[in-house]
Design a protein around this ligand. Structure first.
Ligand SMILES: [Zn+2]
Ligand SMILES: [Zn+2]
Length: 169
């Protein structure tokens, strides 16, 4: 039997959309509206975002080089700017909004996590420190991080189960 999928209405474009067209259940805007507002933010805060993003990208490359990590790395400056613009200062883990956010690898580089768009998010300093290089599910209960996992799945175009496989290997 097919499960009944509830459509939801985006509060920005006011169109009825499938749940898959939203990043997470807690978001009010559909993905295309989120992208549009992120683009607006990019043009408004472009300079600040670019500087912060360039620094975050450089730091990640330095970490990989210094430790000799053999991880996939195709992260671009635009990927980081886009991630920062989408988050608008909101920590992906605890939801706190701060100016002092950092680029965070969901599967840490030390645990062989790739330096790619699908593996990065925005984290506040306390969450970043507390998570450190722990696995996401060693650090938090599944229910607390399901939003982040859903977002990863959406960006990679895979299922939540496939994302979870990465956490257990
Ligand atoms: Zn919309
Ligand atoms: Zn946080």
């Amino acid at each position: 039997m097919k499960e009944k999928i509830e459509k939801r209405t985006c509060t920005r474009c006011e169109q009825e959309k499938e749940p898959a067209e939203f990043y997470t259940e807690s978001r009010y805007y559909c993905i295309s509206c989120e992208r549009e507002t992120a683009r607006d933010r990019m043009s408004r805060y472009g300079k600040t975002l670019r500087g912060k993003a360039a620094q975050a990208l450089a730091t990640s490359r330095k970490t990989i080089k210094r430790n000799g990590y053999k991880v996939k790395d195709d992260l671009t400056l635009m990927d980081v700017i886009f991630t920062f613009a989408m988050a608008d200062g909101e920590c992906s883990y605890c939801g706190k909004v701060t100016d002092d956010y950092q680029m965070e690898h969901i599967v840490s580089l030390a645990k062989n996590g790739p330096n790619t768009l699908s593996n990065i998010c925005v984290s506040c300093k306390p969450c970043n420190l507390s998570k450190s290089s722990k696995g996401l599910l060693q650090w938090r209960e599944y229910d607390e991080v399901v939003d982040v996992i859903q977002k990863m799945a959406g960006r990679r175009g895979v299922t939540i189960e496939e994302v979870l496989e990465d956490f257990t290997t």
